[in-house]
Ligand binder design. Structure first.
Ligand SMILES: *Cc1c(COP(=O)(O)O)cnc(C)c1O
Length: 359
């Protein structure tokens, strides 16, 4: 059976052409700064994002960790959303390893943090009772908020506040290129407001491994120390960086196809009795991208036991993989990517209809 894997955009297989360039990539010992392919990737990503320097990192999680360790010290505070990947899914790393204190604000439906709430959350640096606020963290696209793209206008407003109060602004841009494509704006409009930015190569871009952290030369020097500290110094890693370079050359322009597929999927899902997908409608601000979240309501079709977990099991037996969110048994996520075609989307919708109608 041909499996259609919609669990995540991390499941992509490197293409033959990508593997070919990886196999012949010139390499060196990157801990000594001697891997020419890694250097090319770091310089290239920094240039694309309009930053002075870049650092190749094993994962997005490690990229955010290293950035926060470089930006903040023990007892210092980071402001971030309660639905952010960094808060929910990264093992509490900055707190576990850096003693950094998370200050959580509610994410609004569009993935943003309310500016006034941020303002109220900022600590008085002269108050010895309070931790010191150091960093504000945003996420774009916002994974748990439907893969929504945050606008440059919003990011600039947060940047102005950060600047006014002498704070650092970090972006978890795991899917930043999806955001730029979704909004139809240059990626630099979305990276420019931030002091540091992480971008994943292993998601929509389809490379097997890695993220790049970008920022000022001084910041990257410090991040380089922190990468070593967490055991992330790698040796002939140009083999992996070559996959990232290939992805930047060949897989950026096609992201629009993933977004079109996701839109077709969202609209199709919303038409099925027992399923609802808010992403079938355009968002009030920002843009949907390649993630589709939808809710299962078994009671609405007279099958109260039928929930997200049951649906994902039935889909699996029909060759379609989806990610049921363990947290509520209601929601399911499907993600479009390089290895999913428009006809796969039609097939997935057919299978969804058959699960819901019980045929
Ligand atoms: C996937 C993801 C990360 C972490 O990336 P890994 O490479 O899986 O560690 C960080 N932030 C967001 C928003 C993500 O979706």
């Amino acid at each position: 059976m041909n499996i259609i894997d919609l669990r995540s955009d991390t499941v992509t297989q490197p293409t033959k052409a990508m593997r070919d360039v990886m196999a012949i990539a010139p390499v060196g010992d990157d801990v000594y700064g001697e891997d020419p392919t890694v250097r090319r990737l770091e310089e290239r990503m920094a240039e694309i994002l309009g930053k002075e320097a870049g650092l190749f990192i094993a994962s997005g999680t490690m990229g955010n960790l290293v950035a926060l360790l470089a930006h903040a010290g023990r007892g210092e505070e980071i402001i971030l959303g309660d639905c952010s990947h960094n808060f929910l899914y990264e093992g509490g790393g900055s707190s576990a390893l850096g003693g950094i204190h998370p200050h959580i604000l509610p994410n609004q439906d569009d993935g943003t943090l309310d500016l006034e709430r941020i303002r109220l959350a900022l600590r008085n640096p002269d108050d010895s009772h309070a931790p010191r606020t150091r960093v504000i963290v945003l996420e774009n696209t916002h994974n748990r908020c439907g893969g929504i793209a945050l606008t440059a206008d919003y990011c600039n407003q947060v940047a102005a506040l950060a600047e006014e109060r002498g704070l650092i602004l970090h972006l978890d841009g795991a899917r930043l290129f999806n955001a730029a494509v979704g909004l139809g704006c240059p990626v630099t409009d979305l990276s420019e407001p931030f002091d540091s930015v992480t971008v994943c190569l292993s998601k929509g871009l389809g490379a097997p491994v890695g993220s790049v952290l970008c920022g000022s030369r001084d910041f990257i020097r410090e991040a380089h120390r922190m990468r070593k500290l967490v055991g992330g110094g790698m040796r002939q890693v140009g083999i992996l960086a070559a996959g990232g370079l290939y992805a930047l050359d060949h897989h950026l322009d096609r992201l629009v196809e993933d977004h079109e597929n996701a839109a077709v999927l969202a609209r199709g899902i919303d038409e099925i009795d027992g399923l609802s997908c808010p992403q079938a409608q355009p968002p009030a601000t920002g843009a949907w991208t390649n993630l589709v979240y939808f809710a299962v309501d078994g009671a609405a079709i007279g099958r109260p036991q039928f929930n997200a977990i049951e649906l994902s099991k039935q889909l699996k037996s029909r060759g379609v993989l989806a990610h049921a969110l363990a947290s509520d048994g209601k929601e399911i996520r499907m993600v479009t990517h390089l290895d999913v075609s428009s006809s796969d989307i039609e097939t997935a919708l057919t299978k969804l209809r058959s699960c819901l109608s019980g045929t």
